[in-house]
Structures are given as structure tokens and as C-alpha cells.
Design a protein around this ligand. Structure first.
Ligand SMILES: [Zn+2]
Ligand SMILES: [Zn+2]
Length: 333
């Protein structure tokens, strides 16, 4: 019987035994290494939180976690207890998101957190790191999930807006990451009109701007009349799409930006008239391509839907296992 591996998956997170610390634990621990600010990865209440400065700022905004915050820059290597080195590398998922490379006794383990390979004007691009064990997310780990180029989805949104100058387009988007990416992509596509925000989006958008991501002119819905918002794009949390709040808007056409919009049923459930397939996660092709490029000895899979990816590994004579971590559900699809 061989000794237990030094990286130990538990239902509540990934335990790094020699350093006595956890990666993205779902409960409060003494020392946590956090990949990014989404709620399924970042929790408050840890003794010490090691994360990028952007992730720490996001966590502080959401959970008041300034105490015990230890900033780690991309590319910087920290020596942890027990001879473990930790290096944070960009994951391309949301602002501040990192993959964590752990090195111990000559072995390299990469924990991706959530990631994508597509360009995103709001965050640093994914950096490929060869390793022995690759712990990958698989939120969209089915061949049916192929995300279209974001330019196509943004063009659909702008086309709908232009065709309905008396109405407005209400876009449901997660408050951390998706909302800012959609706004930044609209700006890149030449849309410079004011964009209106639901109150729940304001602080995160302001924080992105403070951290160097310009979003153009943003206005709060609450400060404006129905008529002022005709012909405008309005961004709100997905939960507000069908809520009484939207009655104050001029004939809203409901849209939603999510990788799940590929599934018609999901769009119908939310009464989404204009589904926009925009995801901050790797799609099937990106997941499998990344495994081939990283070329690990073993792949460990998190975030559900692991069956197809396990089968793909089998077909490619690659070793893989699914980790049953609890609470990794996408705040952020
Ligand atoms: Zn995430
Ligand atoms: Zn996640």
C-alpha cells in the first residue's frame, strides 16, 4: 500500500497535506489558497487567505475578508510549509482568477479552478503549465457544449437593440465577471451609449474599473425614467429578469448571457427571448485540447458532468478520475 498522495481531495475542498492548507475550501479553515472570487470557490472566515490582489479585493467587497489576506502576484512563487511551492498563474476566467501550481518532491500539480481559453478583455489570458496531475473543472464537459465566438453573440444583441429603438434589451448576467465582460465586449464592438445597471451590479462594476478595467459610461436604472432608457442595454442579475423590478423598464426584451443558453430548455425556463451563449468556462473542445497540451500523467475532474470527459480520457489512453467535491456549482456559468 503506497503512502497517501500529498494532494488529497475531500468533499469540502482539496487538502495539501505537507503544507496543512486547503485549495478553495467550502468551509472556513486556518489557511486557504483561493483560485478566484466566485462563491463556490471563495468563502469568508478563513484564518489566512492566499489569493491574487484582485481576488482579495473581490472577496473583501463580498465578504469583508480583509483580515488574514495574503496577496500573491501572478508568477510569484510562495514557499509554504512542508516544502510545498505555490505559484499562481492566470486562468482567464474572471478578473484575478488563478490556476494554482503546487510543487512538492519533484511533482507538479495544477489546480485550474475555473478557466477558459478564449480572449477576455477583463482579465489576463490562461497560461499553460505542464504538470503531472492536472485538476480541471468540467462545467461544460459534454461534446454538445461548443461556445460560439463572442463576437457573434454581441452582434445579435446589438442587432436586436437596433431593430427595437423604442424598447430596451435587458441582459441577465452574473454580477462577477460575466456582466463586466459583456459590457467590455460591447465597448470593443463600438457601442458607446450609456449602459444601465441594476443596483446589484454597481459595486462590482466600480471595483473592476478601480482595478483597471474600463467599462465606459454606466448609469443606475434607479436614477432614470422609463423614456430615458428606450433603446438602451440594461444589465441585471439573472434573478431580476422576471422580477417585478423589470416593470419600470420600457418594453424589455429579455436576454441572458450564459453557457447554459446552448440548452433551449434553460432559456425557456427563464423566459429568455434572446439567449446569448457567452461562457467564462472552457467548452468541450477547450477542455480536451487543454488536457492534450498540458499532457499530465493523470487528470482529476471537478464540477460534475465528468462522465463524458472520463470516457474521452479512456479513449485516448489517459488516466483520469472524478473528484466528488461538494458545493462547486456555477455561480458563474
Ligand atoms: Zn468561477
Ligand atoms: Zn466554479
Amino acid at each position: 500500500m503506497s503512502a497517501p498522495h500529498w494532494i488529497q481531495p475531500h468533499p469540502q475542498g482539496i487538502y495539501v497535506a505537507p503544507a496543512d492548507c486547503w485549495v478553495d475550501p467550502s468551509a472556513a479553515v486556518e489557511r486557504a489558497l483561493v483560485t478566484h472570487g466566485h462563491a463556490d470557490h471563495a468563502r469568508g472566515g478563513h484564518g489566512e487567505t492566499l489569493a491574487t490582489p484582485e481576488t482579495l479585493a473581490i472577496m473583501d467587497l463580498r465578504y469583508n475578508t480583509r483580515a488574514g489576506a495574503v496577496p500573491v502576484a501572478y508568477g510569484e512563487t510562495l514557499r509554504l510549509a512542508g516544502g510545498v511551492d505555490a505559484t499562481y498563474l492566470p486562468a482567464g476566467h474572471v478578473l484575478g482568477s488563478a490556476q494554482i501550481l503546487l510543487e512538492h518532491a519533484g511533482e507538479r500539480v495544477v489546480i485550474t479552478g475555473d478557466y477558459k481559453r478564449r480572449p477576455d478583455p477583463t482579465c489576463a489570458p490562461f497560461e499553460l503549465a505542464p504538470c503531472d496531475i492536472f485538476i480541471t473543472e468540467a462545467t461544460f464537459g459534454l461534446p454538445v457544449f461548443t461556445h460560439p465566438p463572442i463576437g457573434e453573440e454581441i452582434a445579435k444583441l446589438l442587432g436586436t437593440l437596433a431593430a427595437n429603438p423604442e424598447a430596451c434589451v435587458l441582459v441577465g448576467a452574473y454580477a462577477l465577471g460575466k456582466a463586466q465582460r459583456v459590457i467590455a465586449e460591447l465597448r470593443a464592438a463600438g457601442h458607446h451609449d450609456p449602459i444601465y445597471l441594476h443596483g446589484a451590479m454597481e459595486r462590482m462594476c466600480r471595483l473592476y474599473e478601480e482595478l483597471g478595467v474600463p467599462l465606459g459610461e454606466l448609469r443606475l436604472v434607479a436614477d432614470h425614467t422609463k423614456d430615458e432608457m428606450r433603446g438602451a442595454i440594461i444589465v441585471c442579475p439573472p434573478s431580476a429578469l422576471n422580477d417585478r423590478w423589470s416593470r419600470r423598464l420600457p418594453d424589455p426584451i429579455t436576454a441572458m448571457a450564459s453557457g447554459w443558453m446552448r440548452v433551449r430548455q434553460r432559456a425557456r425556463q427563464r423566459n429568455v427571448e434572446l439567449p446569448l451563449v457567452i461562457s467564462d468556462h472552457a467548452d468541450w473542445h477547450e477542455l480536451t485540447q487543454t488536457v492534450l497540451e498540458v499532457n499530465p500523467r493523470e487528470t482529476w475532474i471537478t464540477h460534475g458532468r465528468e462522465e463524458a470527459l472520463l470516457r474521452w480520457h479512456e479513449l485516448h489512453q489517459r488516466k483520469a478520475r472524478a473528484l466528488a467535491l461538494v458545493g462547486y456549482e456555477d455561480e458563474d456559468d
